[in-house]
Write a protein that binds this ligand. Structure first.
Ligand SMILES: [Ca+2]
Ligand SMILES: [Ca+2]
Ligand SMILES: [Ca+2]
Ligand SMILES: [Ca+2]
Length: 327
């Protein structure tokens, strides 16, 4: 069970300037997720291992702590320390409001994996990770994974770009034991899907028409983005059909905290959810027995009002017309 600090998050002025997002919304309502202890680890393959120093017979010096030990000052993008993809950087949050900023380049589109380790290596810090590109269009903040207080991001990148990773303590505590390690690397897509959303899809009428079972990839490209999908529920002998809607995002490295709502053919909301099987799972699961055939609607949006092109999701929609829906 990861350590769950009880203190509330406080945003220091320096990071508030660095993060052009809004207060507590940025921090999932300033609620620290009570992480579940289940052992489902879908995306825990490690970044490339530290290859260590050259193996020479005469080199008896201790190995460096990492490929790129931090060099202060590094609290701002202007003072960011350049690192290479796949290198491990390391440092310590040992001053009030210490922000450790790293800079690296991506050379092509694909999926970028950015991982900050703290709890994992015995650190006293509860790390958070903010990732932003040079143009300030692509940005993401994450505090934790489903099974670790260490933040991990796996996000889609369009093209060659310059990125900044800002490592800090979620509660802005500091000590000589607030150590961290960080690596960024290109990665495989963490999920697969059948189709991608097509914008505009900002209303039920504009919703992308789908044929379940289907797995759709989408992005909440800004905090106000609303993505609607429509699908047909058939007329069944029992008059009932089981609808299942499942989101895969946060557990695979998306910064998104999604909410899903389900609408009947007349546009009335029937149900919705902001979480999965436990309230600490940010990936929504919705199960509903439809008693009305016709074109139903699904809305997905950012629960904390934060979005960017990095806030991706995959949503599964299934309709089981033969389900035993319990009378
Ligand atoms: Ca530092
Ligand atoms: Ca610093
Ligand atoms: Ca969208
Ligand atoms: Ca949209």
């Amino acid at each position: 069970m990861p350590r769950i600090p009880a203190r509330s998050a406080v945003l220091p002025a320096a990071l508030a300037l660095a993060l052009p997002l809004e207060g507590c919304a940025l921090f999932r309502g300033c609620v620290n997720p009570d992480l579940p202890s289940d052992s489902d680890k879908p995306n825990q393959d490690s970044p490339p291992a530290d290859t260590g120093p050259e193996d020479t017979a005469v080199d008896t010096a201790p190995p460096p702590p990492c490929d790129a030990p931090e060099v202060e000052p590094n609290n701002t993008q202007a003072d960011a320390q350049a690192i290479e993809l796949d290198d491990w950087a390391c440092g310590v949050l040992d001053e009030p409001a210490d922000l450790d900023t790293l800079r690296f380049e991506t050379t092509e589109g694909g999926w970028l994996r950015a991982w900050a380790r703290g709890a994992d290596i015995g650190s006293s810090a509860d790390l958070q990770l903010y990732l932003v590109d040079e143009g300030n269009d692509n940005r993401a903040l994450t505090l934790a994974q489903r099974d670790s207080t260490d933040p991990l991001l796996v996000v889609p990148v369009d093209e060659a770009d310059t990125w900044y990773a800002v490592i800090s303590d979620q509660y802005y505590t500091y000590s000589d034991d607030h150590i961290w390690e960080f690596a960024a690397s290109m990665a495989k897509a963490p999920v697969d899907w059948d189709v991608s959303e097509e914008e505009p899809n900002g209303s039920m009428d504009e919703g992308n028409l789908l044929e379940p079972p289907v797995r759709v990839y989408g992005v909440l490209s800004e905090g106000s983005d609303r993505d609607w999908f429509r699908f047909e529920v058939p007329d069944t002998p029992s008059g009932k059909a089981a609808i299942t809607i499942r989101v895969d995002a946060w557990r695979y490295g998306s910064p998104l905290d999604a909410r899903v709502k389900l609408y009947d053919p007349s546009g009335q909301k029937q149900t919705g959810s902001g979480h999965g099987e436990t309230t600490t799972d940010f990936d929504p699961l919705v199960e509903w027995t439809a008693t009305e055939p016709g074109e139903w609607g699904v809305l997905i949006y950012s629960d904390d009002g934060v979005g960017s092109p990095l806030y991706w999701y995959v949503i599964d929609i299934e309709v089981d017309a033969d389900a035993d829906t319990g009378g």
